[in-house]
Design a protein around this ligand. Structure first.
Ligand SMILES: C[S@@+](CC[C@H](N)C(=O)[O-])C[C@H]1O[C@@H](n2cnc3c(N)ncnc32)[C@H](O)[C@@H]1O
Length: 261
């Protein structure tokens, strides 16, 4: 496992206890992904469902309520997240990596994956989703695009030249990777969603509470000095909305994918 992947995993592992309380925008995005799933429903009843990058498992409940699959595989590489899943009937929790799924070829009928694959190499993860999906199966994937946290990227630009927000891939890359992975793109939507808070400090605290603060590409950085922090806050103030809240935008890419052969 790369050093970067280890940092991402450790951050999500630590965030398991605080995730659900801070995950309002993540729940909203699961609602959008469910809408897409309903627009591109499975062709046959789903017996075996994989929740790929399941986190605490709360996100997929909207889909599970709708499809009622007999077997569910909840997969995540953060043991702390999986520990939130105990005692759910019909469910097997699997500690594994999305880029190397510990599942047999064609072993699931449908895949749900919300806000996990953006941490992965698109070609590798799409090849894995395509491999484990049964012919005729469907995958619904929510990921993040290049405009994600643009306000933060913008505000840091005046402070230093480090990459504080990684360069997320756009919809074309995800669609091409899906096709290379043997999947047909049935639907693709792109929508903005905003996390909000009264102050920049609270916005960043919420991002940390869900474990997504490893969005920078660099190693551990020195904490910002007081003057730099004040400058960051002042720059971010430009984005304060008329309802008095500061937004952090998520550039959400939603994909419905079919495995045809
Ligand atoms: C933002 S959370 C989303 C959790 C859940 N899907 C939801 O909608 O609430 C991202 C999850 O993906 C997991 N994840 C990220 N990269 C992963 C990888 N390469 N393999 C397995 N899990 C991964 C993290 O551990 C984390 O639990």
């Amino acid at each position: 496992m790369t050093e970067r992947k280890q940092r991402v995993r450790a951050a999500f592992d630590r965030a398991a206890a605080t995730y659900d309380a801070a995950a309002a925008v993540q729940r909203e995005i699961c609602g959008h992904l469910l809408d897409l799933a309903k627009a591109h429903p499975p062709g046959a009843p789903v017996q075996r469902l994989l929740d790929a990058g399941c986190g605490t498992g709360t996100g997929a409940t909207v889909l599970i309520d709708w499809l009622a699959p007999a077997r569910r595989y909840a997969l995540d590489f953060a043991p702390g997240m999986l520990a939130c899943h105990v005692d759910r009937p019909g469910q097997t929790a699997i500690c594994g990596d999305l880029e190397h799924l510990p599942l047999a070829d064609a072993s699931v009928d449908a895949i749900w994956s919300s806000l996990a694959v953006q941490w992965c190499n698109p070609a590798r993860v799409m090849a894995e989703l395509g491999r484990v999906l049964q012919a005729g199966g469907t995958a619904w994937v929510a990921t993040l695009g290049p405009q994600t946290l643009w306000e933060l990227r913008d505000a840091f630009r005046g402070i230093d030249d480090a990459e504080h927000v990684i360069g997320f891939h756009g919809p074309d890359t995800w669609q091409q990777s899906a096709i290379q992975g043997g999947l047909q793109v049935a639907g693709c939507r792109r929508i903005p969603a905003a996390a909000t808070a009264g102050s920049l400090r609270h916005l960043l605290k919420d991002i940390k509470a869900i474990g997504a603060h490893q969005v920078g590409s660099g190693r551990r950085r020195k904490p910002l000095g007081k003057a730099a922090w004040r400058q960051l806050e002042a720059t971010y103030e430009r984005h304060r909305r008329t309802d008095g809240l500061l937004p952090a935008t998520y550039d959400v890419i939603l994909l419905a994918l079919h495995r045809t052969d």
